[in-house]
Design a protein around this ligand. Structure first.
Ligand code: NAG
Ligand code: NAG
Length: 349
């Protein structure tokens, strides 16, 4: 893949020099088209994508457009104009409009403001670098699939970290239960159409939450099946980190995985491959559209765990620029929560 990309890059530059005769460049074009088609087929195999002939032509068209975009971005990166790289990940055959429509359904909900708030600033010392993965506090990267359940994955990620902090290792909890069971009168969540982490924490504190193997993920909305499960973990509420307070954010992040909302719009986030993501974006509360998990920081970035599988970003993670703007990169300081788990509070039936 990498080698192929370089070949295409070389050809693109060659074609761009304008020194080729017309007929030669036509030959060159169809050669390029063939090479790209091969790249596309390899990519399809890698990501298990199969389409009808009609859709395949359409998808290939989008793939080509994204490929061009990635190559141009790569040139800018190599010229020192960008701090991060893009790549042809599993979302590379979606137009940016499709990507946003499928994956970015999450919205901010201000009903949650009444909860206990962590303000920080009490002069505590925090490390310069934190990566909770090194402390065994971060569970494996998951893939939400074609369902707008990012919020359930963000919530489960921080619930699992809270368990690990209490010495409960290797427990995976059920995103599907949160997806299916936080609809209706008491909760405002709407499954694959988006939901709320604070509601997930409230739900897991009131009802407990099943382990994943007893309530498996199917990436679509179902009736709530919590009654059929046996092994459940009950939590003890959650803490809200004060909005727009980078000091409180860091202090909380030095100890806990944090569920956060961000504005993930745009092709740069869609095709992010590695490096420090610094793409300009609107960080207003109304612009937040994706939920994700903060699991560390460094002087120049926050480390976030996404739920789009291992092929996206840095093996499922993204380093988000740590900027002085109050709202943080893409609004990351706006909506920040983490759950509480006290030992011995679980019901194991
Ligand atoms: C996210 O930021 C981008 C760049 O500023 C903006 O175009 C987009 O509208 C924002 N997303 C939302 C949902 O507001
Ligand atoms: C937690 O449960 C274990 C086993 O049931 C018990 O031995 C221990 O004392 C309990 N700890 C607390 C803090 O209640």
């Amino acid at each position: 893949m990498q080698k192929g990309l370089l070949t295409i890059l070389a050809i693109t530059i060659l074609a761009g020099t304008g020194l080729l005769m017309n007929s030669q460049s036509q030959e060159q074009n169809s050669f390029l088209e063939d090479k790209l088609m091969k790249e596309y087929q390899i990519w399809q195999q890698e990501h298990g994508k199969r389409y009808s002939q009609f859709e395949n032509t359409f998808r290939f068209g989008i793939f080509k457009k994204n490929y061009d975009y990635v190559i141009n971005h790569q040139k800018r990166f190599e010229a020192g104009l960008e701090t991060y790289e893009l790549g042809m990940n599993s979302l590379a055959d979606l137009s940016v409009e499709e990507f946003e429509g499928i994956y970015l359904k999450w919205r901010y909900n201000n009903k949650q403001q009444s909860n206990e708030i962590f303000e920080g600033g009490k002069g505590i010392q925090i490390p310069e670098f934190v990566d909770l993965r090194n402390d065994g506090l971060v569970s494996a990267v998951q893939n939400q699939g074609n369902c707008g359940s990012c919020w359930a994955f963000s919530a489960v990620g921080s619930l699992e970290s809270a368990l690990r902090q209490s010495g409960v290792q290797n427990v995976e909890l059920s995103e599907q239960e949160l997806n299916d069971c936080t609809k209706g009168q008491e909760y405002d969540s709407d499954g694959c159409n988006g939901g709320f982490m604070f509601e997930a924490f409230e739900y897991a504190s009131k009802n407990g939450i099943a382990i994943k193997s007893e309530y498996t993920y199917v990436a679509q909305d179902q009736e709530c099946q919590s009654k059929k499960t046996k092994t459940r973990f009950t939590f003890n509420g959650y803490i809200r980190v004060e909005s727009l307070n980078s000091q409180a954010y860091l202090e909380a992040a030095s100890q806990h995985a944090l569920s956060v909302g961000i504005n993930a719009s745009g092709i740069n986030f869609q095709l992010y491959r590695k490096g420090i993501f610094s793409s300009k974006c609107d960080g207003k509360v109304e612009s937040l559209n994706h939920a994700i998990l903060n699991v560390g920081y460094a002087p120049d970035y926050y480390l976030l765990k996404n739920s789009w599988g291992l092929s996206w970003g840095e093996a499922g993670f993204i380093r988000f620029a740590r900027i002085t703007d109050k709202v943080g990169q893409c609004g990351v300081h706006q909506d920040v929560t983490y759950p509480i788990y006290k030992k011995n509070s679980s019901i194991i039936q």
